[in-house]
Ligand binder design. Structure first.
Ligand SMILES: [Zn+2]
Ligand SMILES: [Zn+2]
Length: 248
């Protein structure tokens, strides 16, 4: 289980670095492709939360699950939008607000916490239930490439060098792996605490889906990306069905 969890973490971290590399090499990526990936990720993660994570956490620890869920939601909100001034997913094009290097450093720290919890959700998901762990991994993987692109474009918009782009992207990849390492903390604790951590991660994923990804898609100039959200939900359903026949 430890090996699989680490491999999943590495794959997510790699996708992040891949996204940042695009900015590093100065390659432009069609806006449509970026929005499609974000939309697929949003639909997938939200369907996962409501169809699997919330029911499973309530089943595990009862009504208290919802408290941890709100706690997870609040934690990400605090780090991404309370202490950080300007932050949103997708390519950073507002170089005017990013002129201040402080703004980009604060955006990076917000994303660092986000990336840590990406790793954390994979880790706790795997501890909780192997099949659900795989689904959480897929949900994280889907938005990791745009995430790398996001941090890379923030750093460039703030006027930093390409080397800084690579360093910040690797930093987020490392944060993801750090989150995966919470695995060792959870090894010795009871089922009850794992249930609480799992419910917390459900709240984290609500935030990622509904506050990080959905607003970015709704800003789109055309109506296709919002429609792709439904495709993401269907993609979740199919992945769940396939896993069900394989794992269980
Ligand atoms: Zn911006
Ligand atoms: Zn993420």
């Amino acid at each position: 289980m430890i090996v699989q969890t680490f491999l999943f973490g590495l794959a997510a971290a790699f996708a992040e670095i891949l996204g940042g590399s695009l900015i590093y090499f100065g390659k432009s990526w069609p806006r449509r492709a970026q929005e499609t990936l974000l939309a697929l990720g949003a639909g997938f993660i939200l369907a996962l939360v409501f169809l699997k994570l919330v029911p499973a956490s309530i089943q595990a620890i009862g009504d208290a699950a919802m408290l941890y869920c709100v706690l997870g939601f609040a934690t990400i909100h605090f780090f991404e939008h309370t202490i950080v001034g300007h932050f949103h997913f997708g390519e950073e094009t507002h170089s005017d607000v990013m002129v201040s290097k402080v703004a980009s450093v604060s955006a990076f720290s917000g994303m660092f916490v986000h990336a840590f919890f990406d790793g954390f959700t994979i880790s706790i998901g795997m501890q909780f239930d192997f099949g659900i762990g795989i689904l959480i991994f897929l949900a994280v993987l889907l938005h990791k490439f745009p995430e790398g692109l996001t941090i890379g474009s923030i750093v460039i918009a703030a006027g930093y060098s390409r080397k800084a782009v690579m360093m910040s992207t690797v930093g987020l990849a490392a944060a993801t792996m750090l989150g995966v390492c919470t695995l060792f903390v959870f090894q010795g604790i009871g089922v009850e605490a794992i249930g609480a951590g799992f419910a917390f991660s459900a709240g984290v994923d609500v935030y990622v889906g509904a506050s990080d990804l959905i607003p970015e898609i709704n800003k789109s100039k055309d109506r296709i990306p919002p429609l792709v959200v439904f495709a993401g939900m269907i993609l979740f359903y199919l992945s769940d069905r396939i896993l069900e026949s394989l794992v269980r």
